[in-house]
Structure formats: C-alpha cells, structure tokens
Design a protein around this ligand. Structure first.
Ligand code: NAI
Length: 257
C-alpha cells in the first residue's frame, strides 16, 4: 500500500463523543479531512451543530450532530440506531467525552465520584460494547480509540476520581483489545497532556497555570486541539492495522520527567 493512502478514511463512518469542542472537535475535523463521514455527539445536540456544519463546510465530508449521554444505556442504544439509520454502520468509534471536577478526597461527595467514573469509564464501556457488537456481526472489523490522559499514570492532588477514571479507561482499552482482536477490531488509547480546551482553559491561561506549564512540559507550551489530528487519523486508519492495545502519549514530553 502506498504510504499516504493507508491514512485514507474515505467511505468510513466515524463517531466522536464530545466532539463539539476541544480535543474531540480536533479529532472529528481530522477524521473528516481524511475522508470519513463523522457523527459528533454530546448530551445537548445543539452544542454540536455548529461544529458539524463547520466541519462539513471545511472538508466536504458528511457531518452530523446527534444527542448522546454516554452514561445512559438507553441513550447509547438510540444513538447507535440513529447513526446507523443515517449513515450506515460504524467503522470508527472515538470515546472522547469526559469531565473533570477537582476536589480533595475528604471533600468529595459520592455523587461527584460517580459522575466522573460514569462519564470517563462507564460511558466508554457502554458505547464500545454496543458498537463493537455491530462491528463483529458485520465481520468488517473496526477501530476504537479511547481518549484517556497522562493522568492514567501521573497523580495530582484533588484529582483522585479523574486519575482513577483515566487509569481505568487505559486498562479497559487493553482488555477490549484482547477480547476483540479476533473480530479485527483494534482498540487503542490516546493519552493527552495539556491541550487548550474548555476543560483546561481556566487553569492553563491563569498566571499559576502558565508558570506550571513552563515548569512541567519540556516543550514549554500546551497543545492546540488541531495537534491531535495526526495521531487520531493514524489510529483510525489502516496505517495502524497491526496496532492494538497501545497507549499513545501526546504531551510535549511531560510524562518523561
Ligand atoms: P471539553 O470539555 O471540550 O470536551 C468534553 C466533551 O465531553 C464536551 O463536549 C462534553 O459535552 C462531552 N461530555 C461530557 N459528558 C458527556 C456525556 N455524559 N455524554 C456525552 N458527552 C459528554 O474538554 P476536552 O479537554 O476537549 O476533553 C476531551 C477529552 O480529553 C476528555 O476525555 C478529557 O478527559 C481528555 N483530556 C483532556 C486534556 C486537556 O488538557 N484538555 C488532557 C488529557 C485528557
């Protein structure tokens, strides 16, 4: 295969959860630029409609906004049925939806812990289970990308639930890779460091955050969401045909320290 053609996603259907903003928006744009039809999904459909139409205008790819709460099994079922009816069966799933709330363990309410674990881990479990079953039935293989974090192996105070959820997301990735290899479904994790997104903006644009970025990150800057595109397209395409259960940090060198 000619090197660049193995990154081509023409004819593929991709889903990006939480794709209306930040890293998910960057991934959705990248997959569409590589030729995929893209479904962008979030709890409020309206929060994805602008991103979907901008991506369609910029790339010419089909791009759709749909409502999805990844923590709710009924919503997951409806979403997969709607996507399949609109665009056909799903070839690429990106579990990107996530949330963070900083809190000391002594102060953390049980509901807060559950919210983070449900969104960051259970969501990927529910949606992947449903989508992978379709991929296995179709016998055409598929790609699943889980957006974890370097918080899967770097610990910070006030981030117990977030770090635990991302470590769980990473291990979930590896078990999915083992169980679904026989169906030609490759499952990999992306572990971002700091990207400038709605989730991180308050911290990284504060004086304290700017100082911390220079001290923590060898490249002395945060990433722009567009910088996720290359890795996402590689993991979504046949360029990664023998890569599964892998963990790919994209952090300007932060986790080397
Ligand atoms: P973001 O806040 O822009 O994106 C999160 C998205 O998830 C939003 O679109 C939100 O609507 C969606 N979402 C939340 N709960 C949902 C639910 N129950 N169902 C459906 N969608 C839901 O933030 P960002 O930074 O783009 O985060 C994307 C992913 O990247 C997250 O998993 C995050 O943990 C991870 N990450 C982000 C880093 C950063 O520096 N921004 C660093 C490491 C990981």
């Amino acid at each position: 295969m000619i090197a660049l053609s193995c990154f081509d996603l023409s004819g593929k259907v991709a889903v990006v959860t939480g794709g209306g903003s930040g890293i998910g928006r960057g991934i959705a744009q990248g997959l569409a630029e590589a030729g995929a039809s893209v479904v962008i999904a979030s709890r409020r459909r309206e929060s994805c409609t602008d991103a979907a139409s901008e991506i369609a205008d910029a790339t010419g790819a089909r791009s759709l906004a749909l409502a999805l709460d990844v923590t709710d099994a009924a919503s997951v079922d409806t979403f997969v049925d709607e996507t399949t009816a609109e665009l056909g069966s799903i070839d690429i799933l990106v579990n990107n939806a996530g949330m963070i709330e900083e809190q000391l363990i002594f102060e953390m309410a049980e509901e807060q812990w559950d919210r983070m674990l449900d969104t960051n881990v259970k969501g990927a479990f529910l949606l992947s289970k449903k989508v992978a079953a379709g991929m296995a039935n179709r016998a055409r293989g598929g790609k699943i990308i889980n957006v974890a974090s370097i918080a899967a192996y770097v610990a910070w105070p006030k981030m117990s639930a977030y770090c635990a959820s991302k470590a769980a997301c990473l291990q979930l990735t590896k078990v999915m890779a083992l169980e679904w290899a026989r169906y030609d479904i490759q499952v990999n994790a992306i572990l971002p460091g700091y990207f400038l997104t709605p989730m991180s903006r308050d911290f990284v644009t504060s004086d304290e955050g700017a100082r911390a970025v220079k001290a923590m990150i060898p490249m002395r800057r945060v990433a722009d969401p567009s910088e996720i595109k290359g890795l996402a397209v590689m993991l979504a395409s046949s360029a990664s045909s023998f890569i599964t259960g892998g963990e790919f940090t994209i952090d300007g060198g932060q986790s080397c320290r």
